[in-house]
Design a protein around this ligand. Structure first.
Ligand code: CAA
Length: 240
């Protein structure tokens, strides 16, 4: 029987590529989304992957949603915590609401997503937790105090989970994408985006599939001894 994978924010951007790549690799995939019904319906039409709507910042919604995915597909073996948002503003203009919204989605959302799945992984002695962090969690970013804090926090989550899960056959790893050609990056003002591309030695934005392939590898049996790691995929823009 095929393994089951859950991808949060899995109907658009990097998440959609991850969902598709896992499906192509033989997983039964469930993709979540928070609000864009139209994009989710289009994604399901094109990919055949079922979507589930809930907000990762709501623990109860995650618990109930995960229960319905497991009722449909079976126990979740692979969880990809990918859902994330930006609310960029220079710090002196950042509002408490912009701070909180990003913390709730990008950081607490990871807790809310993994926590209900974790006990089952421990019981079954197998699990793959993959968190999509960001280059900006590694290096910081002008106008992203909120986002960078969450993405750095995501790295702390996987390093701790790795230690807790190792004996139960669970790995937890992070991927730090650099600037990838998605709606999120395209929303950056064009002049700023051009200057960012100028800072990428590869001379281009990354493609979502380049992140998805990292996920497929980390989810595989071949990656069983990789635990607590961070894979940077950023075109040589930044080294840890
Ligand atoms: N470094 C240094 N200075 C910068 C800067 C940067 N990266 N970006 C903007 N500035 C400067 C501007 O030139 C401007 O300076 P002056 O006042 O001297 O002209 C000042 O900072 C910004 O002032 P504004 O009043 O124009 O700022 P604003 O309130 O309109 O905010 C912004 C504009 C939100 C900062 C906008 O420039 C922006 O979105 N920047 C991009 C931020 C970014 O890179 N976000 C990453 C998104 S992609 C992502 O997050 C995915 C991932 O994981 C990689």
């Amino acid at each position: 029987m095929s393994r089951v994978a859950l991808v949060t924010g899995g109907s658009r951007g990097i998440g959609a590529s991850i969902s598709n790549a896992l499906k192509d690799a033989g997983y039964s995939v469930a993709a979540t989304y928070a609000g864009n019904d139209e994009a989710a319906a289009k994604f399901t039409d094109e990919s055949g992957i079922k979507t589930y709507k809930w907000n990762v910042s709501d623990y109860g919604a995650c618990k109930d949603g995960i229960a319905s995915v497991e009722a449909d597909l079976g126990p979740i073996d692979v969880v990809v915590a990918n859902a994330g948002i930006t609310r960029d503003a220079p710090f002196h203009k950042m509002t408490p609401e912009q701070w909180q919204e990003v913390i709730d989605t990008n950081l607490t959302g990871v807790f809310n997503t993994v926590h209900p799945i974790w006990p089952g992984m421990r019981e079954r002695k197998f699990g793959r937790v993959i968190v999509i962090s960001s280059i900006n969690g590694q290096k910081g970013q002008f106008a992203q105090v909120n986002y960078a804090a969450t993405k750095a926090g995501d790295l702390g989550i996987v390093k701790s989970l790795a230690q807790e899960g190792a004996r139960a056959g669970i790995t937890a790893n992070a991927i730090c994408p650099g600037y990838i050609a998605t709606e999120m990056v395209m929303a950056v003002p064009e002049k700023v985006r051009e200057s960012i591309i100028g800072q990428i030695p590869a001379g281009r934005l990354g493609e979502p599939e380049e992140i998805a392939r990292c996920v497929v590898f980390l989810a595989s049996d071949d990656a069983g001894f990789i635990n607590g790691s961070t894979i940077s995929a950023n075109g040589a823009q930044f080294f840890v």
